[in-house]
Design a protein around this ligand. Structure first.
Ligand code: C2E
Ligand code: MG
Ligand code: MG
Ligand code: MG
Length: 274
């Protein structure tokens, strides 16, 4: 039916399309259940200032807490995107994150990931406004992360959305930078506060000269464009030192801290601030 009417499609055992469709439908169903059963949870990972190690903000990362296991987004986000149900997840994450920012003032500033489809979702902006109002959360406490490819697929809609949210006071960050196809003119146009250097360049920059040079170049581009730079996948002290030398502004990764549930995050904050 998805392929149009009056079509006959022969399914074979190894029909990949039907397998993927099946999986997407399963995850869509799972998402509905998770919403009803309140199984959507957010973990938070600190992002620190490279210059002094202070926590600057936290990235919210979604997980599904099923009866028997915790499911990571790599498993269900691609399926939800195919099923065109990803907007529903975005709505849930935004509502949850803002409610938690109200409940836990420790979450002084939070980065929320948006899917590629978020920028053509007319319900998103009203929802954000409504939640900020309902929970009395200041818009300046929120950073939205969007991937390079997301922002590229519909630059006009993306710009409009970013402009509206920026007017409210929210910040923007371009996620996984370096994996898409942005041009400089395009990058110049987007009013993003920061650029997140993709982890694939950072993770081995201490041993791979090309990765090192790429991180250095992206940090330089960010500086030229007057944007902050953020490095993800900081997995050891040596990388943190290199980032400091290169003047990268913020760092995130397992070496600093893994993502945590709110209870562990509260402990982490107590330990790091006293
Ligand atoms: P991302 O936004 O680039 O998030 C960073 C991912 O890298 C997270 O995986 C995080 O746990 C992981 N990570 C952090 N530090 C390290 C490190 O030092 N080494 C390694 N190897 N990995 C590290 P996670 O939570 O599995 O999320 C994967 C992706 O799923 C995210 O990539 C983001 O694109 C998407 N995602 C996560 N939460 C949401 C959400 O609420 N909404 C939407 N639309 N997408 C989300
Ligand atoms: Mg992100
Ligand atoms: Mg990222
Ligand atoms: Mg990434």
């Amino acid at each position: 039916k998805r392929k149009g009417r009056n079509l006959v499609h022969c399914y074979t055992d190894d029909d990949q399309d039907s397998g993927e469709l099946q999986l997407s439908l399963q995850w869509s169903h799972q998402l509905q259940e998770a919403i009803v059963n309140d199984q959507i949870t957010l973990h938070f990972q600190p992002i620190v200032k490279v210059s002094n190690g202070e926590v600057a903000y936290f990235e919210a990362l979604v997980r599904l807490q099923l009866e028997d296991r915790l499911v990571y987004p790599g498993e269900f986000i691609p399926a939800l995107e195919r099923a065109e149900d990803i907007n529903l997840l975005d709505h849930q994450v935004i509502s949850k994150a803002i409610a938690m920012m109200h409940q836990y003032p420790e979450l002084h500033k939070v980065a929320i990931n948006l899917s590629a489809q978020a920028f053509s979702d007319a319900r998103l902006l009203p929802l954000i406004k409504q939640k900020l109002e309902q929970y009395q959360v200041d818009a300046t406490r929120i950073i939205f992360e969007l991937t390079e490819s997301a922002s590229l697929s519909n630059i006009q809609a993306t710009r409009l959305m970013i402009e509206s949210l920026t007017q409210l006071g929210c910040e923007f960050s371009i996620d996984d930078f370096g994996t898409g196809f942005s041009t400089f003119s395009y990058l110049k146009q987007l009013p993003a506060h920061s650029i997140k250097i993709d982890g694939s360049f950072v993770r081995e920059m201490d041993v791979d000269q090309i990765d090192y040079a790429l991180v250095k170049s992206i940090a330089e581009i960010a500086r030229v464009l007057n944007r902050k730079s953020v490095a993800e996948f900081v997995e050891n002290e040596r990388i943190l030192d290199l980032l400091k030398e290169l003047g990268v502004d913020y760092a995130q990764g397992y070496h600093i801290s893994k993502p945590m549930d709110i209870e562990n995050l509260k402990k982490y904050i107590l330990e790091t601030t006293t």
